[in-house]
Design a protein around this ligand. Structure first.
Ligand SMILES: Nc1nc2c(c(=O)[nH]1)N[C@H]1C(S)=C(S)[C@@H](COP(=O)(O)OP(=O)(O)OC[C@H]3O[C@@H](n4cnc5c(=O)[nH]c(N)nc54)[C@H](O)[C@@H]3O)O[C@H]1N2
Ligand SMILES: Nc1nc2c(c(=O)[nH]1)N[C@H]1C(S)=C(S)[C@@H](COP(=O)(O)OP(=O)(O)OC[C@H]3O[C@@H](n4cnc5c(=O)[nH]c(N)nc54)[C@H](O)[C@@H]3O)O[C@H]1N2
Ligand code: SF4
Ligand SMILES: [Mo]
Length: 725
């Protein structure tokens, strides 16, 4: 029998609707869904390769246990749970609850309840050691919001904006932030056609920058300088919204004084951009009526990320780019609880959390625990040392800077359990790998993508879109797969723990609707994913049953008007946080030093055909190019005497890395770029690619969030020969 059924891709938060051809219970073809109106049938190559991924030879169809280095034995999932339970009980008894840690990465997106159940288990154990990819991604998105304050009604709509500033992001490829996630290429094209003046700050003329009215192509790491310069010009030329600022913000005069030394000539020279383009960017943004400034991973990975993200929020506040009373709410909540936003701030609050780290002078912040410090924390002996690690859909061996320390730390654990679909560089070091079902085998709901609005005022759906899709296929015959949430349920039961799962609607102190909790019946079965979807949407604005009536998704008719500020509300957004102002002063005082040994700056970039390390082992996606080249401007390659396809050694202060050279004239001269996600198991760079994290250590890190410098890395490039492999 052949049928075509809808599903949803969940590799990234774009959640593209899919049509899956199912022949005799097996997915044979995947395309975009033309009936999903908000996406116009869009998917990227990864979504279309999802059937190939599901049946890939590398996929785990049963859980495994490591019996020797690199050697695994099949184990029934229930037996794995019971063995892990025994070992965990002994570890907790000997070393205490803090000796148990978890890290979750992007692979949890397929199955959000896995992390929710794991967190409930950690609460029952009493361990605060919860780490995630957030602190390796854009931790400043959170910390800056907390220091600046939230605007409860959210940001302005992309579709109605006449300008938009994207700092170090490429939504055309990454579909992450900077533009609406439903077919960002189309959304940007439409907006530009309607007159939006896009401004992009990126050392590379990216696919997105090609659509820009102004593209500033600076030296990496100069974003805070540029933003201070933009604010300087906007204030000096009176292009800010004084009425909005007077009513809703504090600290204007302090900020004005602090950006005074960032005059256009100084900023342009320091950042390496033409002064007329800088002025044009400031005037385009300042004179527009609507449109936001948004930061992505480029400035997050460079130094002073809190300051960059903070100044970007200040720019939005100065220009009054928040949704006002009487306007249509941009984020109307469909599967999230109904909520009527108000045009008022939630004031700043303490950016620190409660859990301390024992290393690097770090602690928990609003962004969570600093993941890059986890390996050192594991290795440091003494009270509170981490002995057991659960890794849920993450690949630290690929994602963590300081590759060598990460490997040493993971190898030193008493118990390392991964929940992963494959044996990759990290799960290969695990004692147990629990094999879960893959996305086509699970029901899907767009709730998670709606949640991303709590991460930044411009993220998530900007239209009332929702979709539910049942599992498209059953897991392969003969497989023994255990869903992530079920694993933590069964493990908790083995440890006699009572789980209470909780879902919060908001971020930190920004609470839209009261959290929901559910005390699980530990004597019964773990709830199914569908039961959990029911529970998570009990208070949704549109009932789940209504959403289910539209198998290809639906844009619901929801018109919510933003209410005015409460008369008694005295809250203000903060334009001059003391810590941020001190950093701004430091920035002005510390000019970057050039080290002649490392004449190039290495930056990150996303590849369209892989998702971090996901897909880097899939021939259907790699299409004959299984590696990640290091790209440089053709004139830089010529100066180095390097020809395209040659091997080069990239030398950073912490290590050499071999990579294949590629020419890319969209890069600024002196900047080279390399995606992460490849080569983490080692091997010939022409066959498996190169692990950029071998070039990065965690010695230089942000003192607040702990994110290491992962962009703008000083490097040298020297020709290499095949003999070096
Ligand atoms: N140098 C450098 N380092 C970086 C970055 C960079 O650009 N440069 N980027 C950073 C960023 S932004 C991030 S978010 C992190 C990414 O950090 P991680 O999320 O840790 O890394 P991924 O490679 O995305 O790993 C995802 C894992 O999920 C597994 N997986 C896929 N599907 C499923 C599933 O259905 N269930 C389960 N359980 N697992 C699944 C995959 O096999 C893979 O092992 O890396 C960070 N590190
Ligand atoms: N196809 C695909 N999509 C993905 C992913 C993937 O691996 N592949 N990964 C997902 C993940 S985990 C994330 S976090 C998002 C990331 O989404 P984005 O943040 O949009 O990531 P990139 O596309 O790498 O864009 C980062 C840009 O920053 C620029 N840059 C580097 N250094 C600097 C700097 O110092 N200043 C400025 N201004 N720019 C700089 C780079 O040239 C690059 O163009 O994408 C997600 N989506
Ligand atoms: S990976 Fe591609 S197809 Fe899948 S949700 Fe993201 S953009 Fe859409
Ligand atoms: Mo990320």
């Amino acid at each position: 029998m052949i049928e075509t059924v809808p599903s949803i891709c969940r590799y990234c938060t774009a959640f593209c609707p899919l049509l899956v051809t199912v022949e005799d219970g097996r997915a044979t073809k995947v395309t975009g869904d033309p009936d999903a109106v908000e996406y116009q049938g869009y998917t990227c190559p990864k979504g279309r390769a999802i059937a190939a991924h599901t049946y890939s030879a590398n996929r785990l169809l049963h859980s495994v246990k490591r019996v020797a280095d690199g050697e695994f034995q099949q184990i029934a999932s229930v037996d794995a749970v019971s063995e892990i339970g025994d070992r965990l009980r002994a570890i907790i008894a000997e070393h205490g609850p803090r000796s148990v840690a978890m890290y979750f990465g992007n692979g949890q997106m397929q199955h959000p309840f896995g992390v929710m159940f794991a967190v409930a288990m950690f609460q029952a154990i009493g361990s605060p050691m919860i780490f995630s990819a957030v602190t390796l991604d854009k931790p400043a998105e959170k910390t800056a919001m907390v220091m600046h304050g939230y605007w409860i009604a959210g940001g302005q709509a992309f579709a109605e904006a006449d300008t938009w500033l994207i700092i170090g992001g490429n939504p055309l490829i990454a579909k992450s932030n900077g533009a609406p996630i439903n077919n960002p290429g189309m959304r940007i094209k439409e907006a530009v056609r309607q007159g939006m003046k896009l401004i992009v700050i990126d050392p590379r003329k990216t696919e997105t920058a090609k659509r820009a009215h102004v593209h500033l192509q600076p030296k990496p790491g100069e974003d805070p300088t540029l933003l201070a310069g933009l604010i300087h010009i906007i204030l000096a030329e009176g292009m800010y919204d004084w009425a909005f600022v007077a009513e809703n913000a504090a600290g204007l005069e302090t900020l004005r004084a602090m950006v005074e030394p960032f005059a256009p000539a100084y900023v342009a020279e320091r950042a390496g951009v033409p002064v007329d383009l800088l002025l044009e960017a400031a005037r385009t943004f300042g004179r527009a009526r609507r449109g936001m400034s948004v930061c992505a991973t480029g400035p997050s990975f460079a130094t002073r990320s809190n300051l960059t993200f903070y100044l970007s929020l200040c720019l939005n506040t100065l220009c009054g780019r928040w949704t006002r009373a009487g306007e249509r709410a941009v984020f109307p909540n469909v599967l999230l609880p109904s909520f009527t936003p108000k045009a008022q701030p939630l004031p700043p609050y303490d950016v620190y959390g409660t859990a301390p780290m024992r290393v690097m002078g770090l602690r928990e912040t609003a962004a969570g625990m600093p993941s890059a410090a986890l390996p050192s924390e594991i290795l440091l002996e003494g009270d509170g040392q981490v002995k057991a690690l659960f890794c849920i859909g993450g690949n630290p061996m690929s994602a963590f800077p300081d590759h060598q320390t990460t490997e040493q730390a993971l190898r030193s654990l008493d118990l390392f359990v991964s929940l992963d679909i494959t044996l990759n560089a990290s799960s290969l070091l695990s004692d147990y790998v629990i094999a879960p079902p893959m996305p086509l085998e699970l029901p899907a709901l767009t709730l998670q993508t709606e949640f991303t609005k709590y991460m930044h005022a411009s993220r998530g759906y900007q239209t009332p879109w929702a979709q539910y899709a049942p599992a498209a296929v059953a897991p392969p015959q003969g497989s023994d797969l255990m869903e992530e949430h079920r694993f933590f349920f069964e493990l908790s039961r083995a440890l006699d723990l009572q789980l209470v799962i909780a879902s919060g609607f908001g971020s930190g102190k920004f609470v839209e609707s009261p959290p929901q909790s559910l005390t699980l019946n530990m004597a019964g079965e773990a709830p199914s994913l569908d039961e959990l979807f029911e529970w998570a949407t009990i208070n949704s604005r549109i009932p789940l049953d209504e959403v289910k009536k539209y198998p290809h998704g639906k844009k619901f008719q929801i018109d919510i008007t933003v209410e005015p500020r409460d008369p008694e509300c005295t809250a203000r957004l903060e334009l001059a946080d003391a810590v941020m102002m001190a950093e701004l002063r430091e920035l002005r005082a510390q000019e970057p030093l050039a080290d002649p040994r490392y004449p190039f700056r290495l930056v990150c970039r996303r590849a369209n055909n892989s998702y971090n390390s996901i897909g880097t082992d899939l021939p259907e996606l790699l299409k004959g190019k299984p590696y990640n080249p290091v790209s440089a401007h053709p004139l830089d390659l010529a100066t180095l005497g390097v020809t395209v396809g040659d091997l080069v050694t990239i030398q950073s202060p912490v290590g050499p890395l071999l990579a294949v050279a590629e020419a890319d004239d969209t890069l600024r001269r002196g900047v080279v770029s390399l995606t992460h996600g490849f080569g983490s198991q080692g091997g010939d760079p022409r066959v498996v690619g190169s692990n950029v994290n071998e070039l990065i250590d965690n010695a230089e890190y942000d003192p607040l969030t702990g994110i290491p410098r992962m962009s703008g890395i000083p490097v040298a490039i020297v020709p290499a020969t095949a003999a070096a492999v």
